[in-house]
Each structure stands twice: as structure tokens, then as C-alpha cells.
Design a binder for this molecule. Structure first.
Ligand SMILES: *Cc1c(COP(=O)(O)O)cnc(C)c1O
Length: 454
């Protein structure tokens, strides 16, 4: 047992060293992928290796390929860095090695998820009576939410989709914004609807759904409406209250992977006015809540529908098949007890801390946009949340700036195409980012944009 104690202590030391290096190390650097793979070794050795040696070997091999996504100047995708209490809780969850399938396998995991689920609903403006499933991320949350939608709209039409499948079923209309996230399409594919079932709804200039067009697309019959809180390019949120008014007898699913957190900050909560009127919600923990991967949440206004769509039964599984069974609300059966880290993050921040984290990221996004605009860049969106689109005139120049920023290492961001034009895409989602980080990054971006190669 002393060996395990030493190993865990060493792993914690290595992880803490990495975190301590994040503010100063290049955010990303050129990687020799072949060399990286080489460092992990060739064929599997025949003989065992002592655990302590394995750990050192792993740390050495991985080092050149680690990206400072958890650091203060990583603005790519929508990525946070895990909070201290959440990181430590996740280490503990790994050490405890609990199976989060149900309350028989881990009463502690079940209790933590029940409490954290209630806290999340409260923060995100979701009815207290909703179910909460702790899934792997936004993709899984969209898939489970849309499976519940599929169950419900077909049951209302007298069809048992779990028993009879979709062949011969009444046609389900899926009315979804043309600005929906690609994971919604993948969920629809996996659920057997096919992407052709989608009736696209026009989006307005910032990417929020055009409610008049939505009203035109909603008809009688089984209908699922997919809305979005937090467009991945602009941060725009659909008007859920207005959408509900024109889509009364439908199932409304809200993909709020990061945007749902706007509800937890009084200054941005109006973006999510009417959020409680939806039927299912998808949200991520590993983005704006800054908990370790992989962590997402799916909520359903009708817990029994959630469980009927997802649960399975087997004679040997004590505790399964109940609405309260955690495994009845997620696609995974055996799984890591990811609720501990979520509980720890919410406990560390408290209600005010969550609001402040969201508010700070929004404020820093506006500061980024302001500084870049002063330096001559063009801002391509209304900065309502934590997302900023930046252009330097023509697409070729913008792409060149993206490439230079990525090689420079001061900060990291990606590129995107929005309304036919290329943009740098900035997402401020990490808890460690400060004004100084934003100023330093903006200065680097402007310096690299001014540089004209021969
Ligand atoms: C990130 C994101 C997803 C996918 O979430 P994962 O956690 O990466 O699976 C879905 N929808 C939106 C709007 C997102 O931003």
C-alpha cells in the first residue's frame, strides 16, 4: 500500500508542477507527432514494468505533447481549466474507484450527484422537478435529451419507439436552427431520424433563431424543436420564451453546452429568459464550470420520460430500472463518479462565485474585443457572452494572423467561418484568465497582425 501512496503523491506532484507552469509556458508549440509516438514506445513489452517507472516514463513521454488548455491564455474551442477543488475531487474519485452506475454500487456517488444536480438546476433556471443525468459532455447530453424527445412525441402519437423502432412510425419533424451545433446532427443520426428529418430554421444576424421563421416551420404532428443557448461563434442565445409561444405543442430541447451558464449570472440571465419553458436541456461542466473532463449534464422536465427513453432492465442489476437510478439517465452503465468533481466545483465557488466566473469571462471578452478594435481589428459579433470574432480585413490576412498566433505561443485561438468570412475565434472560459492575460494576448495578436512577411 505504501507503493500506491508514493505513486499517488508523485502523480499529484507531477500534475501540480504542470499546473504551476501554465502561466509561463508556450500555450502551444510545434509538435513532432512521430517523435511523440516514438517516446511512448513501439511494441508492447513482454515483461512487466514497475508502476513508479511507468509513471515517470509517461510523464516524460507526454510532456512535449501537452497543451496548456488549462492555462490562462488558451482561447480556442470553448475550454476551461479544472478548478482546484474539482481537480482534487476528481483525483479522489479515481482513487476511490467508485462506479457511478447506481446507489447500490456507490451510495456516495449517488448522493453527490443528487445534490449537485439540484444545485445545477437552481443555478441554470431549470425547474427543480426536472431529472439530471451526469453524462460525458454536450454530445451525450444532446443525444439523451433528444432520445427523451423522441420517446415523448411518438408516445403522444400512440407509437412505442423503444419497442417498435422508427420503421413505420409516424413522421417526426425536427425543427432546428440552421445555426445548431454539429453534435445535434450527430445525435439525430444516431437516434435514427437522419439529418434529412431536420427542417432548418433561419437565424438572425447574430445567429439566434428567427422566431417568425420558426413559427412558419412548426406544424401539427410530432415535433421536436432544437434551440440553442450560446452560439459557438457569437455566443448568441435563442429567445426561448418567444420560441415556446409559437411552438406550443412541441418538445423543446435546448443545447446550452456553455451558454446555459449565462442563467447563473444576474447580469446575463436575461439572455435565457424563459429557459424554464423547455422540455430538455443539455449543458457542459467541462467548459464554463471548469471541472475535469468528461463532464456534462442532461436535464429533462419529465423525469419519467427521461427514464423510459434511456433505462434498461436486467435481472442481476439491483437498483436499476428506477427513475432515481443514475444509470437510467445516462448512456453509460458503469462509469466514473463524475458528480464528486461537480459537487466540489460548486462548493468551491458558491452561488456568487459561479456568477462572478461567468461575469468575469464576459467582461474579459469585451475587454479583448475593445483592445483589438482600438488596434485596428474588426469585431464580427455583438459580444454578449464570452465569444469574440475578429477579422483583419480580407480572409487571407485573417488566416495568416491565426497561423502566426498559433505558432507564436503567447496565446492560442482557432479560426472560423462566420457568414462567409474568416475570423479569429476567441472564447474566454477559463477561471485563471486575468486582465493581464487578455492584454498580453491582444498585444501579441496586434503585433503579429502588423507583421508583414516578405
Ligand atoms: C461544445 C458544444 C457541444 C458539444 O459538447 P461536448 O462536451 O464537446 O460533447 C454541443 N453544443 C454546443 C453549443 C457546444 O458549444
Amino acid at each position: 500500500m505504501d507503493e500506491l501512496r508514493d505513486l499517488l503523491a508523485r502523480a499529484a506532484e507531477l500534475a501540480a508542477d504542470h499546473r504551476a507552469s501554465l502561466a509561463d509556458r508556450p500555450v502551444a508549440r510545434a509538435v513532432d507527432h512521430a517523435a511523440l509516438r516514438g517516446a511512448f514506445g513501439g511494441a508492447l513489452a513482454k515483461d512487466p514494468t514497475p508502476p513508479a517507472a511507468v509513471l515517470e516514463e509517461l510523464a516524460r513521454a507526454a510532456e512535449p505533447g501537452l497543451v496548456a488548455t488549462a492555462g490562462p491564455r488558451f482561447f480556442g474551442f470553448v475550454v476551461g481549466g479544472a478548478l482546484p477543488a474539482a481537480t482534487a475531487a476528481d483525483v479522489l474519485a479515481t482513487g476511490w474507484d467508485q462506479n457511478g452506475f447506481n446507489a447500490v454500487l456507490s451510495p456516495a456517488a449517488a448522493a453527490a450527484e443528487a445534490v449537485a444536480g439540484d444545485w445545477l438546476k437552481d443555478l441554470l433556471g431549470i425547474p427543480a422537478t426536472a431529472s439530471a443525468g451526469f453524462v460525458t459532455g454536450g454530445q451525450a447530453a444532446n443525444t439523451v435529451g433528444l432520445a427523451a424527445a423522441r420517446h415523448h412525441v411518438l408516445a403522444e402519437a400512440g407509437w412505442d419507439v423503444e419497442r417498435d423502432g422508427l420503421a413505420g412510425a409516424p413522421r417526426v419533424r425536427v425543427v432546428a436552427s440552421e445555426e445548431r451545433h454539429a453534435t445535434v446532427d450527430r445525435a439525430l443520426r444516431l437516434l435514427g431520424f437522419g439529418t434529412r428529418a431536420v427542417e432548418p430554421v433561419k437565424a438572425g444576424p447574430q445567429g439566434a433563431v428567427d422566431v417568425d421563421d420558426l413559427a412558419r416551420k412548426v406544424q401539427d404532428g410530432p415535433t421536436i424543436v432544437c434551440l440553442q443557448a450560446g452560439n459557438v461563434n457569437t455566443g448568441a442565445c435563442d429567445d426561448i420564451r418567444a420560441a415556446r409561444a409559437v411552438a406550443k405543442n412541441t418538445w423543446i430541447h435546448v443545447d446550452g453546452a456553455f451558454g446555459l451558464w449565462a442563467a447563473a449570472n444576474p447580469k446575463t440571465a436575461s439572455l435565457l429568459d424563459g429557459v424554464e419553458l423547455a422540455d430538455s436541456w443539455a449543458c457542459d461542466g467541462h467548459k464554463w464550470l471548469n471541472v475535469p473532463y468528461d463532464s456534462g449534464f442532461v436535464f429533462c422536465a419529465r423525469p419519467e420520460v427521461h427514464a423510459e427513453a434511456i433505462a434498461y432492465r436486467a435481472a442481476y442489476l439491483t437498483g436499476a430500472g428506477q427513475v432515481s437510478g443514475m444509470g437510467d439517465l445516462t448512456l453509460e452503465s458503469s462509469r466514473r463518479a463524475r458528480g464528486f468533481a461537480v459537487w466540489a466545483a460548486l462548493r468551491e465557488l458558491g452561488r456568487d462565485g459561479v456568477a462572478e466566473l461567468v461575469d468575469r469571462c464576459c467582461r474579459l471578452a469585451r475587454r479583448f474585443a475593445g483592445t483589438l478594435a482600438e488596434g485596428g481589428a474588426e469585431i464580427g459579433n455583438d459580444v454578449v457572452l464570452n465569444q469574440v470574432l475578429v477579422s483583419f480585413g480580407d480572409d487571407a490576412r485573417t488566416d495568416a494572423v491565426i497561423e502566426r498566433v498559433q505558432l507564436d505561443g503567447t496565446c492560442w485561438l482557432g479560426g472560423t467561418t462566420w457568414r462567409g468570412r474568416r475570423y479569429l475565434r476567441i472564447s474566454v472560459s477559463g477561471w485563471t484568465t486575468t486582465e493581464a492575460d487578455v492584454d498580453r494576448s491582444a498585444a501579441a495578436i496586434l503585433r503579429l497582425a502588423a507583421h508583414r512577411p516578405q
